[in-house]
Ligand binder design. Structure first.
Ligand SMILES: Cc1cc2nc3c(=O)[nH]c(=O)nc-3n(C[C@H](O)[C@H](O)[C@H](O)COP(=O)(O)OP(=O)(O)OC[C@H]3O[C@@H](n4cnc5c(N)ncnc54)[C@H](O)[C@@H]3O)c2cc1C
Length: 509
């Protein structure tokens, strides 16, 4: 009888592909299956947030994503008599190498991730559907069905449902998916538009709603997104209908042509009641679905995956305690809930027919937005939230602030900022990274060896000297996903030792 796989990844959308990349890096035994025979060719999600670009950088794919994408920096709000131009992401974000929203179709994002997996000899098994799960002792028997109808039983220690909104894993694990559907129907098209300035997001706001054009590049130059007007015919989406709606917002200034994809869809706001049930985990759309407002969906899914993969791999290999698996839900479920709240608010403001909100949307917002954007602090807060750079695990179970906390710089639970620039690249290798600030001589090799003995193969030490994000002398431990698990001032390492004994126990020889 063959040993169970460490992990079966169900679903090869952006979440499953990112999870597979991390499982590969950390040497887990796994398979990744997807019931569709081909990857997604439509754009669907169209923007990658700065934090996702950072999180994917250790796999060496971020430069390729940027190369293929369009870092649009401007939002152009079209009002009846003028156009207000606003920076989308800008100077507020100094601690990232990627201070922009990257427009790139989901198909391209998946293509870059798939090519990376292929280079790593990972076979994405397409045309293979998960049809059943059964717990058998310490593992799970997973029934997989191929396109020809044949079935195979595979044993796995853990199963991760990256299988989207209608997740089979979620259903089989008996996890609820609570929430509601919005009443509106949305129209989406990837197409060419004559009359739009390139390299900007365009919005047209009226009392009826909002019309967006996003710069997509491929498979078409523009993504159009709007609500189906209540008086529009309930026909299949066609170019004539889209042109009519566009004329209602923009007069006769824009001409639509050459659509490569047109569809209509309803939106939901739902979250999984739990992200884990025993050996079953949920990530991405299987755990949360919401409106595309703010371009959070795919980004949150990829970051779920990158929170989970290294934990599953190291626990499976006996290099990290089981307790890490409980931290997944504790850290990611609050992020999922806050995305549901945030996108719901943005959605309501964009679509409500309530007269007060309509007035705010069409009259106040265009006037106030430029003023608000000049206010550095609120602008920074908004950008940090939307860019997902503000996500932190300060209150998570695997986060410890040492007895003395540095006065400046990132705190335990925060993402490691890329400040000074290049710090994230220096700490991008697999495993943990111990950052030591202040003069090198303060950190004796003997002291460090005694703290790291039995786990030094998983912890890289970086003496940062003055190039540290902290003042005064501080030490901080960066987790494999780029978040700080432990931070303390001074050179006293007993707190760090206790943290490591709990979360990365020394290997006995
Ligand atoms: C029309 C549309 C427009 C969107 N626009 C945006 C946007 O503008 N911005 C944004 O951020 N997000 C957008 N989204 C959402 C975004 O596409 C998702 O958040 C993203 O695809 C989630 O990735 P995922 O990998 O979690 O799930 P998915 O991409 O849904 O992938 C799930 C995969 O699991 C596979 N699968 C399902 N069941 C099984 C099974 N039983 N066995 C094996 N495989 C299975 C499926 O074939 C699929 O490939 C949009 C979605 C839609 C539908």
């Amino acid at each position: 009888m063959t040993a169970p796989l460490d992990v079966l990844v169900v679903g090869a959308g952006p979440t499953g592909l990112a999870l597979a990349a991390q499982l590969r890096t950390y040497g887990a035994s796994f398979r990744i299956v997807d019931r569709s025979v081909d990857r997604v060719r439509e754009s669907r999600a169209l923007a990658i947030q700065p934090r996702t670009l950072e999180a994917l950088a250790p796999f060496g794919v971020t430069d390729e994503l940027i190369e293929r994408g369009n870092p649009a920096m401007q939002l152009r709000m079209h009002l009846p008599r003028r156009v207000v131009q606003l920076p989308l992401f800008d100077i507020g974000l100094t601690d990232t190498a990627y201070p922009f929203l990257l427009f790139l179709s989901q198909a391209e994002t998946e293509s870059v991730l798939s090519e990376h997996l292929r280079d790593q000899d990972v076979d994405v098994e397409r045309g293979t559907e998960l049809v059943g799960l059964e717990r058998t002792g310490s593992s799970v028997t997973c029934r997989l069905r191929s396109g020809d109808g044949s079935e195979e039983a595979v044993a796995a220690t853990y199963v991760v449902g990256c299988d989207g909104a209608h997740s089979t894993v979620r259903a089989q694990a008996g996890i609820g998916f609570e929430g509601y559907a919005y009443p509106q129907t949305f129209l989406l098209a990837d197409l060419e538009v004559d009359g739009l300035e390139p390299d900007a997001v365009h919005t047209y706001m009226t009392g009826a709603g909002v019309l967006f054009f996003f710069p997509l590049g491929s498979p078409a130059t523009w993504r159009m997104l709007t609500m189906r007007p209540s008086d529009a015919p309930d026909t299949q989406v066609n170019l004539g209908l889209l042109q009519e709606i566009t004329d209602g917002y923009a007069g006769d200034r824009l001409a639509l042509r050459d659509p490569v994809w047109m569809t209509d869809f309803r939106l939901h706001n739902r979250g999984a009641a739990r992200y884990r049930s025993g050996p079953f985990f949920l990530a991405g759309d299987a755990a949360h679905i919401h409106s595309p407002a703010g371009a959070q969906g795919m980004n949150t899914g990829i970051q779920d995956a990158l929170n989970l993969g290294w934990k599953l791999a190291l626990v499976s290999q006996g290099r990290a305690p089981e307790g890490w698996l409980g931290t997944y839900e504790a850290e990611r479920a609050p992020v999922g809930r806050s995305v549901l709240r945030f996108t719901d608010r943005a959605f309501t403001i964009g679509t409500s027919s309530n007269p007060v909100i309509r007035f705010a949307r069409t009259r106040l917002a265009p006037r106030l937005a430029p003023l608000a954007l000049r206010a550095t602090r609120p602008r920074g807060l908004v950008f940090r939230t939307v860019s997902e750079l503000g996500i932190h695990y300060r209150h998570g179970p695997a986060t410890t602030a040492g007895p003395q906390h540095p006065r400046r710089g990132p705190r335990a639970g925060d993402r490691l900022p890329d400040l000074p620039r290049g710090l994230q690249a220096r700490t991008a290798g697999p495993g943990w990274h111990l950052l030591l600030s202040g003069p090198s001589a303060l950190w004796s090799d003997e002291l460090l060896a005694s703290v790291l003995m039995g786990r030094d193969d998983l912890v890289d030490v970086h003496r940062l000297g003055d190039e540290s994000p902290w003042r005064p002398v501080t030490h901080g431990l960066v987790r494999p996903d780029g978040y700080l698990g432990y931070v303390a001032r001074g050179t006293h390492l007993e707190g760090l030792r206790a943290y490591l004994d709990r979360w990365l126990p020394a290997q006995r020889v």
